[in-house]
Design a protein around this ligand. Sequence first.
Ligand SMILES: Cc1ncc(COP(=O)(O)O)c(C=O)c1O
Length: 378
Amino acid sequence: MPPSFEEYRKFFPVTKTGTYLNHAAISPISTPVVEAINSALSGRSAGDIDTFQMMLDNKSKLKNNISRLIHTNPANIAIIGNTSEGFNWLVNGLSWQKGDRILLVKDEFPSNVYPFLNLKSQGVEIDFVPTRRGMIYFDDIEKCITSRTRLLSISFVEFFSGFRNDLEKIGQLCESKDILFSVDGIQGLGAIPMDVSAAKIDFLSNGGHKWLMSPMGCGFMYVRPELRENLKPAFAGWLSVKDSWNFTDYNLDFLDDSRRFEIGTPNFLGIVGAQAATKLLVKAGPENIFPHILSLGDQLIDNLEKIGMRYQGSQEKAHRSGIYTFKADRVEELFNYLKNNQVHTALRLDAVRISPHFYNQSEEIARVIDLCKDFYHN
Ligand SMILES: Cc1ncc(COP(=O)(O)O)c(C=O)c1O
């Protein structure tokens, strides 16, 4: 039996006013996060005011939490604003030759596309792995690799279909072909266990406001130590150097660890919130969270398909995630009907996307199913 996480529901007041099933867009902020941010704000308003050191301590704690979620050393993590920013650090820190090729995937969210397209002016060519009904076949990835492919960037979980890529298998392939392996983790991490070393990931970029349940504008990137040696910091700032507090020395000697990619005063309130949010997730444990989410997903698929809604994800459990997308007749009306009944999902393209997190319960899923049945008069 997967755990029920009943005891965590008290941290999510949203459970009292409705059924929130839209974590693939944005997560509700839990009460420990609200309390942590309020306390930091009070300190900035009428406490010590200069809370810089306290905030730095929070940044270290946040990195510790993240390191436990992705299984790496905190020194390999840099705190950044969002997923897009991370990929920009990557593409602008590498040197490119005319004719180098980058492999991306069709139908990915654009944050994992535009930073790479921006290299076209340097003569870099972009290839796209085709998708088949939202699924990505390993053989297709393999076929798209050329002798000039230098980097592959892919999502842990695809934002529309919820297809979960087999990172370990793809990482193995990239290593065997000497290709850099870059991952957008935002639609998986927090809901699904991840091990960056086992998957041989060179670079991971991850915004915080979806499955990590953190404030907006506070994410992180992981840079594998071997890559860090070759990734020139595309930007430099006073906090990225060794002697930060020696203000007028101007010794541009970058810190050895990933703090070299943190250039100035960061989003400290975001960090305080993300620290509290990831602490909760570490405690709940992705290895417990994921089976619970998968069982909610099974419940959705089994019941909604029976009333003619068409599941858009993989038939294979190994490729499932926290995202369950269904095409259906009058889908926009259905989405509004659910919303009017305080069930929050997302309308994406011509489908309704349902994305439960760990505090959601089987009874809530049953309610969604009942509402869908009512809507279609089943
Ligand atoms: C796969 C994926 N990557 C990234 C993002 C967000 O990118 P950013 O963190 O740059 O806003 C989203 C959704 O908003 C997404 O679905």
